[in-house]
Ligand binder design. Structure first.
Ligand code: FA5
Length: 349
């Protein structure tokens, strides 16, 4: 009889405890079963009066039920108690690193270049990305149907410009940052020392070295008696500071309609400089990397921008910002810059 009674108490007590919703309800149940006059306490008290055979069975059963109920009560108390979040924090655990935002590698390099040129007296000037035909082509000595336009695979826009000069009224996404020199010379008299960084667009096949949207950095210096040696000296100083090592600059003759003479600039490959050139994937083992174009400003460009070329001379240059960043950090593929892949971006903290 006592045995069935204990099993019944066990069923009821366990079910009541697991349904209790707050510490007060749990306490009421505890008192009901385990309090001084609790149901189980009364049974425990009466064990001493039982016959020996029954004592042997009921004693351990009642004692073990008391332990079980105490455990179950503790468990339920933890479940329903509303601990604040800081009470649940294990302060012995190592902290989690908080990630902060940071600059994109192209922005880091752009700022670095701007600082170097600023230290040489150049100002940073920006221009519009949606340009008209005059500034992107005509004003740079590329009238309509000029064959050099073929070198720039152009994204034409549907909009038309209201600028009265271009014979071709169409607008386009600028294919280089050279239009900014024309805009600047129209409004500012020499002497001029500017750099013009920014996005440019070309309708080209995309591969490891080419994108349809990339960045150029243009430079223009106009003053009295400016010669090719000034150009070479400014660029040589820039490349040495930028790559923080002894870099040689190589100038090759080339053609751009807005300069005369025109050049192409190469720098010694920073990866295999003074090492074994045979195994360098960056410069295809030539030891030189093409950085961009340059030249002495064409008298026609001066004329169209309102600058008297008999008084003033100047040089201009333009290189790929993406390209120079790839060389500096040994980045094998231009597409990584625009991939949004955090594993790549996070290397530039
Ligand atoms: C020009 O765009 C001239 N405006 C540069 C210039 C300025 C010459 C002033 C003379 C005086 P070019 O088309 O070569 O030049 O482009 C310059 C650089 O941009 C190239 O040397 C290369 O480094 C980079 N470049 C060209 N096309 C791409 C492309 N699709 N993706 C990434 N970089 C490119």
């Amino acid at each position: 009889m006592e045995k069935e009674n204990i099993l019944k108490i066990e069923d009821e007590a366990m079910s009541e405890i697991s349904q209790a919703k707050n510490p007060q309800e749990i306490e009421t149940i505890r008192v009901k079963y385990l309090g001084r006059q609790g149901v189980l306490t009364e049974i425990l008290k009466s064990i001493k009066d039982l016959p020996l055979e029954e004592k042997k069975i009921i004693g351990p059963m009642a004692n073990s039920l008391r332990n079980e109920l105490e455990e179950k009560i503790e468990e339920q108390k933890n479940k329903v108690s509303k601990k604040t979040s800081w009470e649940r924090i294990d302060i012995t655990q190592p902290g989690e690193k908080i990630r902060t935002g940071h600059l994109h590698p192209l922005t880091i390099v752009r700022q670095e270049i701007e600082e170097i040129f600023s230290s040489m007296g150049f100002s940073v000037i920006e221009g519009p990305e949606a340009e008209n035909d005059f500034y992107n082509f005509e004003g740079l000595n590329m009238p309509p149907n000029h064959p050099a336009r073929d070198m720039h695979d152009t994204f034409w826009l549907k909009a038309e410009t209201n600028d009265r000069r271009p014979k071709n009224k169409k607008m386009l996404l600028r294919t280089h940052t050279s239009p900014v020199q024309v805009r600047y010379m129209e409004k500012n008299k020499p002497p001029i020392r500017i750099i013009c960084p920014g996005k440019v667009f070309r309708y080209e096949d995309i591969d490891a070295g080419h994108e349809i949207q990339f960045h150029h950095l243009e430079g223009l210096m106009v003053d009295k008696d400016i010669s090719f040696s000034n150009f070479k000296s400014v660029l040589q100083s820039f490349f040495e500071k930028f790559f923080s090592k002894n870099i040689s600059l190589r100038i090759r003759p080339s053609y751009f309609p807005f300069v005369e003479p025109g050049f192409e600039m190469d720098v010694t490959c920073p990866r295999c400089y003074k090492k074994n050139k045979k195994e360098c994937p960056l410069c295809s083992s030539t030891g030189w990397i093409e950085m961009g174009g340059a030249g002495m400003v064409h008298p026609k460009v001066f004329e169209m921008s309102g600058v008297d070329s008999s008084d003033w001379q100047g040089f201009a240059f333009g290189f790929g910002l993406d390209r120079i960043t790839m060389v500096k950090y040994n980045i094998p593929d231009i597409r990584l810059f625009y991939s949004g892949d955090l594993r790549f971006i996070r290397q530039f903290y």
